[in-house]
Ligand binder design. Structure first.
Ligand SMILES: [Zn+2]
Length: 297
């Protein structure tokens, strides 16, 4: 009997060893392959290779924001009439000799006022403008400067995207030709700047009609939001802050024409740090991961 039992036992031990190898060895690999991240990647963004700077001018209750990096510069709005000189001086101080783009969110004087001076002082790659014209001398001067410099502006009627080095600019267009309430402010272009993990949202002077339209598509979380319409209170601000959850909110206001206290209250309640141009100009620097923000000169 022993003659038969020993080989059977040997075969059984061999089978047991084989099973042990099959179910322990390769198992580790299987587990590893399961826990690997999915290959379907997030939307592709250019790798960050340079810092991105944003300077918000202390232009009173008016907008002028300069964004630049090693690849070039973009100006968003130009302050009131006469303010172009300050913008030109700052750009010169920074060693910037041209603009890749000038974006005019809309044609109120506190946004287009300095456009003529800027256009006659520097070469400008592309001028992006809103669709709702104004009957004002600042607007007329802007049109004249375009003609004299042979520039055909791009009227933004659909979302436009361009890059400045590793920063991606997206311009959201107003959906209506004429809004029933404050058509000029509500026709504001809304600009998003994505730099690595940092996202900056610039709302122009968009009021409730335009903000409602814009917020229908979730803008996602933002690092910094330039609050719409100089910090004036409007009901859509609650939704704007809920959806974007910014670390910073920037308001272009002045001591004479300050932001609404209700706007500050909303931001404070949501632990958003406020930056007011009536205090000083603001400089924000993005390295693609963190955004360093400070009052400056
Ligand atoms: Zn304004």
């Amino acid at each position: 009997m022993n003659r038969f039992i020993i080989p059977i036992l040997a075969v059984l031990v061999l089978i047991a060893l084989l099973l042990l190898v099959l179910f322990t060895g390769p198992k580790t690999e299987n587990t590893a392959s399961v826990t690997e991240p999915p290959t379907t990647a997030a939307p592709e963004l250019p790798p960050v290779t340079m810092d991105l700077n944003l300077y918000c001018f202390q232009a009173g209750k008016a907008d002028a924001l300069l964004i630049w990096n090693e690849a070039g510069a973009v100006l968003i709005d130009t302050g009131v009439t006469g303010y172009g000189k300050t913008i030109v001086e700052k750009m010169t101080e920074l060693g910037l000799e041209r603009l890749d783009a000038l974006i005019l969110t809309h044609f109120d004087n506190d946004h287009v006022g300095g456009a003529k001076k800027v256009l006659i002082s520097f070469p400008v790659g592309t001028v992006y403008q809103s669709n709702y014209p104004r009957d004002s001398s600042a607007y007329e001067k802007y049109l004249k400067a375009l003609t004299e410099n042979n520039i055909t502006p791009v009227t933004v009627r659909e979302t436009q995207t361009f890059t400045l080095g590793d920063a991606v600019f997206t311009i959201n267009a107003p959906k209506q030709e004429v809004y029933s309430e404050d058509p000029s402010n509500n026709s504001s272009l809304i600009v998003t700047v994505q730099h690595g993990e940092n996202r900056i949202l610039l709302c122009g002077d968009a009021e409730d009609q335009r903000m409602t339209e814009f917020l229908q598509k979730d803008p996602g979380s933002c690092t910094l939001v330039k609050m719409p319409h100089h910090g004036a209170w409007q009901t859509t601000l609650t939704s704007l802050i809920e959806k974007t959850q910014p670390a910073w909110a920037l308001i272009t206001s002045s001591d004479e024409e300050p932001e609404d206290p209700r706007t500050i209250e909303l931001l404070t309640q949501n632990q958003v740090q406020c930056l007011l141009t009536r205090t000083a100009p603001i400089l924000a620097v993005s390295d693609g991961k963190t955004l360093t923000v400070q009052y400056t000169e």
